[in-house]
Structures are given as structure tokens and as C-alpha cells.
Design a protein around this ligand. Structure first.
Ligand SMILES: [Zn+2]
Length: 659
């Protein structure tokens, strides 16, 4: 056994990381050695006296950095799902060094000169070669020595500011929590919630990382709602200044790289390609979405009997839902038991569509006892990969739900994929885990990403599975949500956890009807965030924002999305998607969700037009789209699947925005 489990490839099935052997003290030495090894490998590639070929340059780069890759993969997975103070400390130390490491490869002039000399006739190689060239140019490979120095400094400062931004947010989630002494003020919250937030005779309600706190739907005391809302929108005020500084640095970096602004730089290698395309798309949605929200507001005011404030919206939306649709989401929960949702819902749908099967591998362990491992086999019985499932929330896990790779599929290394899904479901102290419908939908969504990883059938790791443009990656996962409410699938998993009775049809009908309500709110809240992100990244170099809050208000006003009652889902001070990662993240990319939804709505229509849940349809989606990952132009793959270019109408129809 090696002294550090990262130094040798895993010997476990499918290369699953040996979590049982990994300890905190292994990470730093593994990062050190991983970076040093890769730099040495890169130097050998750059200094090779032979003429540059695809094999001795591009393929050699794909083969480099194996220890670093293993370390980063496990570290980022564990730091997101089961972090400790020690891991946070390592993260602070390592992240600027990883930025420097990436720069020292992509700004290596001898290496870049060789990449430019490589030629190949093989289409898969040619695609990858082109990707490498674009990656290098976008990282600054074409710049002069002086400009490269400047670029390195910008990247380092961005990484540093992002870490501070993110630490401020972490502090604010408790520092800005709502503190209440008199329990009467919490009237409306569930008993279990009140019990869970009691600390030394006081009640402390922590903030979720978005504007509209879930408790606003339940708190009956209007003044408490107002306080909670004000705390939410006002948290971490020092982040306004950091954000303005980051936006300025990004604009400067874009100018250095030859782009008018960071948004133009950011979308150039996305499927959107131009800022005009994004603005045209968002522009079509703003007017109808705001009109929709205003109609909803009328119904809410009528219910309330007085003019609403933003902190009243969710509370009265729930009341209208009950009055108008006679629907209470809590009635559904007994029918959504976690294990049943997973096996008889998520897995079952994938079995019907693709013929794949799942087997428990209780002999394989994750980083936490609640993590479960399944072996996935293809229709003909051949092995496909592992699926690792971590469903529960815990104080050491970040919020939200996501998919990540533990092993990336590639023919180059002969490796099959190991993919994982993280959810944030509250683990009950006893008895079955019952989900909300939203959580059921999230389970299907994340498994859509997992399928994209599991079906990957490509030669090179750089373009495997979900390694596709950011404004495309949500598309396959959004499509998979359609099976959550597909009648035969729903009938298979939605059974009462005690009686085994199927969910009553009328309850589902009410749910479907009630779901359409509040779409105006959801769309405006989302679009405002997308347009705010956009405004920060359309700034030209040298355009300095002195007052970030005033800039935010003016930007939303100018975009036509400013509406008193529905604020942006994230204000600048807590817009983690775009400011917690210095160099990239989702900056100038929050539009991606609705951009992907155009393809999603088109594809749902395609399935419905072609007979829905059938093996034939599944196999078509898999072979044209899921299996190719990023190994070709993804929009060509979409056209192969759909038979034509995407149209926006199915999305407008779905969101109730057709005028
Ligand atoms: Zn997703």
C-alpha cells in the first residue's frame, strides 16, 4: 500500500475512490505532488525534440496530471458534501495555487507553439485539437509576456476576492439570521421547525442563499415576515464593493483578451456565441413575464385585502393556492417515500427508456455512511458504471442538489464512469423519508445529469459526458424531469408508504392545476437575476461602479424587469453563482438555465409526439445526444436528435408567456 492513497490508481471496482483509506492529511501532499508531476509532464511535452503530433502533444496532455485529477475530484466532492474546518483551511490554501498552476500550463509558450503545429485528419482528434487551441487562446496564450503577467495578476486577485466573497456569505447566513425571543412571532411555522431552531431560549432562523426565504410562506405575523425579508436582502453588505471590484477586473481581463466585455468573452465558446443572441432571447421573455406576475399580484391583493409588500407574496400565494385549487402540497408527501422514488421511479424510468438495470453494491463505501453505491448495467448485461447516491442534508454539506463525476469515462484510459448525485433531503430521526414533489422532481433532474455521464462513450476525458457548454449542460437533466409526472412512472412509485395505495388521481390533478399558479413570480425572479448578472458583465474596461446598489437598481430598471413586489432571486451581495468563483463560475452565464430550457421544451414535445416512454425513443436520445458528450458540436447533436433547429415557442407555451 502506498503511503498516500492518491499516489496510486484505485484498485476498487470501476476505480471508485478508496474513501475508507483517505484522511485529511493526505490532501495537501497529493495536491503538491499532483501539481509538480503535471508540470514535469508538461515540460517534457513542450521540450520534446520530435516534431509535434497529435499523439505526443494533445494525447500526451490528456494523459498528464493523473494524481492531480484524482485529488481534485475527491477533494471537491468531499468539500461540497462533508466538509470540515480542516478541509476549508486546505481549500483556502490550495485554490490560488490551482489558479496559478492552470496559468502556468496554458501560458507556456513552448507548449502552445507545439499545439499550433499539430495536424490531424481524424474528426474526433480534430475536434479535440480545436478545443485545446480555443482553451489556450482564451486563457491568454497569444498575449505578449507583459500582458500575460498582467493576466496572471488579474486571475490571482479575482481568486482572492472570490474566496472573501464566499466566506462573507458563509458568515452572513448565521450572522444575519432572524433571532426571535417570543415564540408567538413564529406562528405558522411547523412545530418540528420551531423545535429545531431553538437555542438557549431564543429562536434562530438561518438564511437560505436566495432572496425569498421559504418561511415567508408560513409566518403569519407580518412584522416578522418584514424583518426576515430585510435581513435576507441586506446580508453581507460588504460584498457589494467586492462584486463591483470583481466585475471591473473581469472587464479588464476581457479587454486584454480582445473582447468588448466579460459577457462577450464568456459566451464566445458557449452555444449562444454572441451577446446579441442572449439579449434577444431574454428580451422576448421580460414583458410577458412581468405582465404575468402583475396579474398574479392582483389575485394576491384581493386575497389579502390590502396592498401587498414583497414579504407578503409567498404567504398569500399559498392562501390563493388553497382557496383556488384546494391543494395542500403536504397531502402528497405520504406517497413519495425516498427509496421507492429512487427505485420504482427514477431507476424504473431509466430502465423503460434505455433498458439499463441497477444492482445494490453495499460492499462499496462512500465518504459517509449515508452514501449508497449502485452498479449500472446496460440492456445486454455489460457493465456501464457506478452510480453513487448521497440524498441527505447535513451541516457539513452545502445547499442545493448537484451531480459530479468521481471517474470520467474515456476510451483513452479504458475507464467506465462513476457518477454521483447529491440531494439535500432532511433525514427524519425515525421512520421513512417522505419527499415533497419538488424533491421528487430534483431527484429526476439530477439523475438526468447522471445519465449524461453514465452513457458517455467517447475517446478523450476532456470532452466526456457532462463536459459540454455551460448553456447546454442543464438541458438533458431538465428533459429527465418529464418522467417524474409521466402517468405510468408516477403510478409505479407514488404509493402510500403505509397502505401501498396509489396516489388519488384527483390529488394529482389539483397539483397540476396549482403548479401553473405563481409561474409569473418564478419567471420574473429568475429573469431579474439573469439580467443583473448580465449587466455586471457588460461593463467595459475602465467603467468603474462606485455604488453597487445603485447600479443594481438602475440595471434592473433599464432591463424592464424592475418590479417592486418581485425582487431578483439573488441580489449582488449574495449572488454566489457569479461571484464565488473568481475566474469563471456562472458569471455572465445565469441565462443558461432558461437557454437550456428552450431545448428541453422542444425535446419534451418530441417525446410526446413520438409515443412518449419507449425504448426506441430512449435509444434515439441516448445515441444522438447523451452518449456523445462534448466530443462534437452539441447543437449538431441536438439537430440530429430533433431533426431541426430549436424553436422558442414550446418554452413560451410552457411558461404561460405566449401572447
Ligand atoms: Zn442541473
Amino acid at each position: 500500500m502506498a503511503e498516500n492513497p492518491f499516489f496510486e490508481p484505485s484498485t476498487l471496482p470501476y476505480g471508485l475512490p478508496p474513501f475508507a483509506l483517505i484522511r485529511e492529511e493526505h490532501y495537501l501532499p497529493a495536491f503538491e505532488r499532483g501539481m509538480a508531476d503535471q508540470l514535469r509532464e508538461v515540460r517534457e511535452i513542450a521540450d520534446n525534440p520530435e516534431p509535434a503530433t497529435f499523439g505526443n502533444t494533445i494525447e500526451a496532455l490528456e494523459r498528464s496530471g493523473r494524481i492531480l485529477k484524482r485529488t481534485v475530484t475527491v477533494f471537491s466532492s468531499v468539500s461540497a458534501s462533508d466538509t470540515t474546518d480542516g478541509i476549508r483551511e486546505i481549500e483556502t490554501q490550495v485554490s490560488p495555487r490551482l489558479t496559478q498552476h492552470a496559468d502556468s500550463i496554458r501560458l507556456n509558450r513552448a507548449l502552445y507553439a507545439r499545439i499550433k503545429q499539430v495536424a490531424t485528419d481524424d474528426p474526433e482528434e480534430a475536434w479535440l485539437l480545436q478545443k485545446y487551441r480555443v482553451d489556450f487562446v482564451r486563457a491568454g496564450a497569444d498575449l505578449s509576456e507583459d500582458d500575460q503577467e498582467h493576466l496572471r495578476a488579474l486571475n490571482e486577485e479575482l481568486t482572492r476576492l472570490a474566496t472573501t466573497f464566499s466566506q462573507n456569505l458563509l458568515t452572513a447566513s448565521t450572522a444575519s439570521a432572524l433571532v426571535v425571543e417570543d415564540v408567538k412571532l413564529l406562528d405558522g411555522l411547523a412545530e418540528s421547525t420551531i423545535k429545531a431552531i431553538e437555542k438557549d431560549g431564543r429562536y434562530v432562523l438561518p438564511l437560505f442563499n436566495y432572496t425569498n426565504q421559504p418561511a415567508l410562506a408560513e409566518l403569519t405575523d407580518r412584522e416578522t415576515r418584514r424583518r426576515l425579508y430585510e435581513l435576507s436582502v441586506g446580508r453581507a453588505p460588504e460584498n457589494f464593493e467586492l462584486a463591483a471590484r470583481m466585475a471591473a477586473l473581469r472587464a479588464e481581463r476581457a479587454a486584454l483578451l480582445g473582447f468588448p466585455d466579460h459577457a462577450a468573452y464568456s459566451v464566445a465558446d458557449q452555444t449562444a456565441k454572441t451577446t446579441d443572441a442572449v439579449e434577444e432571447m431574454l428580451g422576448k421573455l421580460v414583458g410577458p413575464a412581468v405582465a404575468n406576475a402583475r396579474r398574479e399580484a392582483e389575485a394576491l391583493s384581493e386575497q389579502a385585502g390590502f396592498p401587498l409588500e414583497p414579504w407578503d407574496w409567498s404567504f398569500y400565494a399559498e392562501r390563493v393556492r388553497k382557496a383556488r385549487y384546494d391543494f395542500d402540497a403536504a397531502d402528497l408527501r405520504p406517497y413519495f417515500e425516498l427509496d421507492r422514488v429512487l427505485r420504482d421511479g427514477v431507476f424504473h424510468a431509466a430502465g423503460e427508456l434505455y433498458g439499463i438495470t441497477f444492482a445494490d453494491r453495499d460492499d462499496l463505501a462512500g465518504y459517509h455512511p449515508d452514501v449508497r453505491v449502485f452498479e449500472v448495467s446496460d440492456a445486454d448485461g455489460s457493465p456501464l458504471g457506478l452510480f453513487v447516491f448521497d440524498p441527505y442534508a447535513r451541516p457539513t454539506k452545502r445547499g442545493g442538489a448537484w451531480m459530479n463525476n468521481l471517474v470520467t469515462q474515456s476510451h483513452l484510459f479504458g475507464e467506465l464512469p462513476v457518477v454521483m448525485n447529491n440531494l439535500n433531503i432532511t433525514k427524519p430521526s425515525e421512520g421513512p423519508t417522505l419527499l415533497t414533489f419538488e424533491e421528487v422532481n430534483t431527484a429526476f433532474h439530477e439523475f438526468g445529469h447522471a445519465l449524461h455521464g453514465l452513457f458517455s462513450d467517447v475517446r478523450f476525458p476532456r470532452v466526456s459526458g457532462t463536459d459540454v457548454p455551460r448553456d447546454f449542460v442543464e438541458y438533458p437533466s431538465q428533459v429527465n424531469e418529464m418522467w417524474a409526472t409521466w402517468p405510468s412512472i408516477l403510478a409505479n412509485f407514488a404509493r402510500h408508504h403505509e397502505t401501498g395505495e396509489p396516489v388519488p388521481a384527483e390529488l394529482l390533478e389539483k397539483m397540476r392545476a396549482a403548479e401553473k399558479f405563481n409561474q409569473g413570480f418564478a419567471t420574473v425572479e429568475y429573469l431579474a437575476a439573469a439580467l443583473l448578472d448580465w449587466a455586471w458583465h457588460r461593463l467595459a474596461a475602465g467603467e468603474i461602479v462606485e455604488d453597487a446598489e445603485a447600479f443594481e437598481n438602475a440595471a434592473l430598471e433599464r432591463a424592464g424587469i424592475a418590479y417592486d413586489l418581485v425582487r431578483t432571486r439573488y441580489r449582488t451581495n449574495y449572488f454566489a453563482h457569479i461571484f464565488v468563483s473568481g475566474v469563471g463560475g456562472y458569471s455572465a452565464g445565469y441565462y443558461s438555465y432558461i437557454w437550456s430550457e428552450v431545448l428541453d421544451a422542444e425535446s419534451v414535445d418530441w417525446f410526446e409526439e413520438n409515443g412518449g416512454l419507449t425504448r426506441g425513443n430512449g435509444d434515439h436520445f441516448r445515441s444522438t445526444l447523451l452518449s456523445v458528450g462534448g466530443s462534437r458540436d452539441v447543437m449538431d447533436a441536438f439537430r440530429d436528435f430533433r431533426g431541426r433547429d430549436p424553436r422558442i415557442e414550446p418554452l413560451l407555451k410552457r411558461r404561460g408567456l405566449l401572447t
